[in-house]
Design a protein around this ligand. Structure first.
Ligand code: COA
Length: 165
């Protein structure tokens, strides 16, 4: 049975193994838990209360007009069962008081999001690859402000191609 929750409390790092598949320098389960706690809204899919997290989505928002969905992932073992759609539907409901809700995705995933009521758009992005694991991130660090071009040979599937190998 899959249960959905918007509350990260009670989730342990050990329940967050297996995510960020294909990322060269993935966040650790502890860092994953930190970002879940720090997000303005999240949705988790768990196998059972206290069980493994099999999918998650996060949102950040100013709480007034805008929201952004940076991350959505379902473990490969659980993909294709409607969990990703359910996570986004539930997260969008939590954000439905906002004017604009944006995310970046590769073109092959646009039909997935269209089925959930979103529209195609173009966007821009920046990636500081040295910070991909999220482990040593300090806003005062000059490295955070340096844009890094997305290497054309790094494209793959993911929220945005440049996140992956
Ligand atoms: C995208 C993702 C979250 C979907 O989760 P899921 O639980 O498998 O989604 P659902 O079961 O609700 O929907 C599956 C549908 O999404 C489509 N889909 C999933 N990944 C896709 C991809 N990379 N390209 C095209 N379609 C894709 C499937 O073809 C399927 O369509 P169908 O129902 O017509 O067969 C999951 O594949 C995943 O974690 N991928 C890796 C990380 C990622 O790409 N995240 C998206 C960030 S923008």
């Amino acid at each position: 049975m899959i249960i959905y929750t918007d509350d990260p409390s009670g989730t342990e790092p050990a329940q967050l193994r297996g995510f960020f598949e294909g990322w060269p320098d993935p966040p650790s389960p502890m860092t994953h838990l930190r970002l879940l706690r720090a997000s303005d809204a999240i949705m988790l899919a768990k196998e059972a209360p206290g069980g493994q997290v099999v999918g998650f989505a996060t949102a950040i928002t100013d709480g007034v007009l805008t929201g952004y969905i940076p991350l959505l992932e379902v473990l490969p073992s659980h993909q294709g069962r409607g969990i990703g759609s359910e996570l986004i539907e539930r997260l969008l409901r939590k954000l439905d008081h906002l004017y604009m809700i944006d995310l970046l995705c590769d073109p092959d995933l646009q039909p997935f999001y269209e089925r959930l009521g979103m529209r195609r758009a173009t966007g821009m992005m920046m990636r500081n690859y040295g910070r991909q694991s999220g482990g040593k991130c300090h806003v005062t660090d000059p490295g955070m402000t340096s844009p890094v071009a997305v290497p054309s040979d790094s494209l793959g599937s993911g929220c945005v191609a440049g996140d992956q190998k």
